[in-house]
Ligand binder design. Structure first.
Ligand SMILES: C[S@@+](CC[C@H](N)C(=O)[O-])C[C@H]1O[C@@H](n2cnc3c(N)ncnc32)[C@H](O)[C@@H]1O
Ligand SMILES: Nc1nc2[nH]cc(C(=O)O)c2c(=O)[nH]1
Ligand code: SF4
Ligand SMILES: [Mg+2]
Length: 214
């Protein structure tokens, strides 16, 4: 199988438990909860997405024929130092494309692998760090992992039920209202109040946006 990749870039992981860590980001094309086209946003299952995952035209993007080719591209973005290689696989929805062959190729290249997934498809435990971000209106089948990251607020999401799923870390991340600063500020305030009331949950900020990183 081949892989459709939007972009591959070096940055710091902005979100969650690994925030601040040097990471290669590999963003796969396509999602099962939104086409990625603005004309479809209002009718999509997931309507708040902050990401362009359409096409293969980003930096380092393209169609990769083999897992080995893709792992080689990721290694070259990391640079020469083989130490502490860390890759975050995201999208779009990366589980539409990731397979064991790719996971093995990235491990062979020395990467510790993290994933950002909406949890609608099972995620293999061969991935080292599983972050699931459930979306209201979809069925989360992947109910275990390292990090549950709930975008907040989300009408129709049952966080009390989620708290019983098998995750090591529980985070709430304020919804970026994409240009509506007042709404973003209200979402942040609401997320802080939620954490103040529910000590099982921690705040995750999108620090890359604060820092002006990709
Ligand atoms: C773009 S998604 C790609 C991975 C996967 N499809 C998912 O939803 O988890 C990456 C992360 O950004 C979060 N996210 C997307 N739009 C957001 C927004 N407007 N505000 C805050 N977080 C957002 C998602 O919930 C997810 O945790
Ligand atoms: N720096 C940075 N950190 C991130 N963490 C999760 C992201 C994502 O889009 O999946 C993301 C992203 O797009 N950039
Ligand atoms: S599931 Fe993830 S990639 Fe898909 S539209 Fe929602 S936030 Fe964006
Ligand atoms: Mg992002």
């Amino acid at each position: 199988m081949s892989y459709a990749v939007k972009e591959i870039f070096l940055t710091l992981q902005g979100e969650g438990v690994h925030a601040g860590r040097r990471a290669v980001f590999m963003r796969f094309t396509g999602c099962n909860l939104w086409s990625g086209l603005e004309k479809d946003r209002a009718s999509a299952v997931c309507q708040f997405c902050d990401t362009d995952f359409v096409g293969m035209d980003g930096a380092g993007g393209g169609r990769f024929k083999t897992a080995a080719d893709l792992a080689k591209a990721a290694a070259s973005v990391w640079g020469n130092d083989p130490e502490l290689r860390f890759i975050v696989i995201t999208g779009g929805e990366p589980m539409l494309q990731i397979d064991e062959v790719l996971i093995q190729a990235l491990h062979d290249a020395g990467f510790e692998i993290a994933i950002e997934s909406n949890g609608t498809l099972p995620v293999p435990r061969s991935i080292d760090w599983i972050c699931i971000s459930p979306k209201a209106g979809s069925t989360t089948v992947q109910r275990s992992g390292d990090e549950l990251k709930l975008v907040w607020p989300q009408k129709g999401s049952d966080w009390q039920d989620m708290a019983h799923w098998d995750f090591a870390n529980h985070l709430v991340q304020p919804m970026d209202a994409r240009g509506d600063d007042a709404a973003s500020a209200a979402n942040l305030e609401s997320a802080i109040a939620f954490v103040q009331a529910n000590p099982k949950w921690r705040l995750s900020l999108q620090t890359h946006k604060i820092l002006g990183l990709a």
